[in-house]
Design a protein around this ligand. Structure first.
Ligand SMILES: Nc1ncnc2c1ncn2[C@@H]1O[C@H](COP(=O)(O)OP(=O)(O)OP(=O)(O)O)[C@@H](O)[C@H]1O
Ligand SMILES: [Mg+2]
Length: 165
């Protein structure tokens, strides 16, 4: 596994980081997003959608109430899921389990840690933290090395120096 620690100074940077990740991800990837309310997870998914389809994020909304929204315009299907309201559910809806295990689509889940036992073996895990002093976001991306070999080079501009991490 590789792990990258990044600093995002503003919303646009978070979208740009998501877009770079989206452009490298192979189909069939499961992306787990973790981090508090308002940390930037939905903004990041806009970026991933843009990495799959340049204009694809224009209508992207938060799936908090619908649980899953799917986008078909890009180089592969993007399922955007939010586990937040599934906290108390005894089980996940079948269509969500299918999306998670799809080998064709990219499935991105906000609040993914709520249902960690449904994660597939291969996961790209992205954690968001808000720096209370600066309100910048600390974003860490953990991924299997062979999955996106060019990712760390492409994210060079955002990699945090050890003192900032
Ligand atoms: N560096 C940054 N990265 C991302 N968002 C930022 C940043 N700085 C400020 N923001 C603002 O923070 C908010 C992040 O909202 P977003 O909906 O992406 O959060 P979320 O993590 O999806 O929250 P929720 O858990 O409620 O779904 C937006 O209003 C965005 O403009
Ligand atoms: Mg959100």
């Amino acid at each position: 596994m590789a792990i990258l620690h990044l600093i995002s100074p503003d919303t646009e940077s978070t979208i740009r980081i998501g877009r770079i990740l989206g452009s490298c991800l192979p189909r069939g990837t499961f992306v787990a997003l973790e981090g508090t309310l308002g940390a930037g997870k939905t903004q990041f998914v806009k970026g991933i959608a843009c990495g799959l389809d340049e204009g694809g994020w224009a209508g992207l909304r938060s799936p908090t109430f619908t649980l899953m929204l799917s986008y078909h315009g890009g180089r592969c299907v993007l399922h955007h899921v939010d586990f937040y309201r599934l906290n108390e559910s005894p089980e996940l809806p079948g269509e969500i389990l299918e999306a998670i295990n799809s080998d064709r689509a990219i499935t991105v889940v906000e609040w993914a840690d709520i249902w960690r036992d449904v994660w597939p073996k291969q996961v790209v895990r992205v954690c968001f933290e808000i720096d209370e002093d600066t309100s910048k976001r600390r974003i860490s991306i953990e991924f299997p090395d062979q999955l996106c070999p060019t990712l760390s080079k492409e994210l060079d501009d955002y990699v945090a120096q050890p003192a900032e991490a």
